[in-house]
Design a protein around this ligand. Structure first.
Ligand code: KG4
Ligand code: ZN
Length: 351
């Protein structure tokens, strides 16, 4: 079984071909970082236009790299939400056009399900498992029970964790995107110099919050004024990063306890999304797993950040269970993985 997957929900134009033997035949990702860098963040209109400009040749390249034609695929999948609607429409319409022209089934994929199922492509793990999804747009803890079946244990009540990295980098004058730059600066910093808060640590439930931490970093930077030299920047970055790692570990520890109540044999924690590339966070989660008897699955960075392979794979998982979607399937800017989850207390749009 061969599936083409298209991803255009944020700032990567991506397409890939995967097989049910878990082979990634091709995986083409075109990052728009340079288009957005001058603005210090993603501009939805810029993203939509860039997807429109590049989708055709990115899809063509994925087919060429896989050395197959549209007649060789069994289905075409695309992200149909959640995400920036302009980009989502470009990818979804491209996939529908291919499906119509090549007379192949179309599979609508929830972007978050793409992240959630990647560990089954890379590591062939069985359900159920716990997922910590940490990206620029999301911060959630999800119990993955089966394809299409997820229980949300926690979500952010304000910023996503990647957003906190990006904003902190901006306040420090490090540039964009902030995650890798904070990690780089933190490598030589003193993580004990600033005692930033550990948001939600020890609180009941598994929800996240990062706005208080961000304000605290802003106040520290304001107080430093002209004393913010490169060494101090590194100390702020390191102190911020350890506070985030502590907070993520505390929330995930709670989620493991909760998950084990319904799944006593829980054996895997999966971490996905761009922030999963952070080594300090990875190390902290690995220690937590050792302590709680779980195995940590951390897909390679290229499969943690947005890509087409995760969408092709999620499409394949759905397709082989018999799920296909009509060509008038509507794109969904918001599409919760667990529609039955109650809204998180005080949560804004990110929940
Ligand atoms: O999953 P992703 O590529 O895109 C979505 O947001 O869906 O995640 C991007 C986010 C950005 O906020 C970026 O700053 C963050 O992931 N990020 C990192 C690192 N690399 C990327 N955050 C912390 N440490 C990193 N090494
Ligand atoms: Zn993503």
């Amino acid at each position: 079984m061969i599936v083409l997957g298209i991803e255009t929900s944020c700032d990567e134009t991506a397409a890939a071909v995967v097989t049910d033997a878990r082979e990634i035949m091709s995986n083409v990702v075109l990052s728009q970082i340079e288009d957005h860098r001058p603005f210090g963040g993603i501009v939805p209109e810029v993203a939509a236009r860039a997807h429109l400009e590049h989708a055709d040749h990115v899809i063509g390249q994925a087919m060429k790299d896989a050395d197959i034609g549209f007649n060789d695929i069994d289905a075409v999948a695309a992200t149909t939400g959640p995400g920036l609607i302009g980009g989502v429409l470009v990818g979804a319409m491209s996939a529908k056009a291919i499906a119509l022209a090549a007379n192949k089934p179309f599979v609508a994929v929830n972007h978050l399900e793409g992240h959630a199922l990647t560990a089954r492509l890379t590591d062939d793990i069985a359900f159920p498992y716990l997922l910590l999804l940490v990206s620029g747009g999301h911060c959630q803890l999800l119990m993955c029970n089966g394809v299409g079946s997820y229980t949300r244990l926690g979500t952010t009540i304000d910023d996503a964790v990647g957003e906190a990295f990006d904003k902190t980098a901006k306040m420090l004058g490090l540039g964009y995107p902030g995650g890798p730059l904070i990690e780089q600066a933190a490598a030589t910093g003193d993580a004990t110099r600033f005692d930033f808060p550990r948001p939600m640590k020890g609180k009941p439930g598994c929800d996240f919050s990062f706005s208080g931490l961000k304000s605290s970093v802003r106040r520290a930077i304001e107080l430093l004024g002209d004393d913010l030299d490169a060494a101090t920047q590194s100390d702020v970055a390191a102190s911020f990063q350890v506070a985030v790692a502590d907070s993520l570990v505390s929330r995930t520890r709670k989620a493991i306890e909760t998950a084990k109540e319904s799944a006593p044999n829980l054996s895997h924690l999966v971490v996905a999304g761009g922030v999963a590339a952070n080594h300090a966070i990875g190390d902290a989660l690995r220690s937590l797993c050792t302590e709680t008897g779980l195995t940590l699955i951390q897909p390679a960075p290229a499969l943690c950040t947005d890509n087409g392979a995760m969408i092709a794979w999620a499409g394949l998982e759905r397709f082989r269970l018999g799920h296909t979607d009509p060509l008038d399937f509507k794109a969904r800017p918001r599409w919760p993985m667990d529609p039955d989850a109650p809204p998180a207390a005080f949560a804004g749009v990110k929940a």
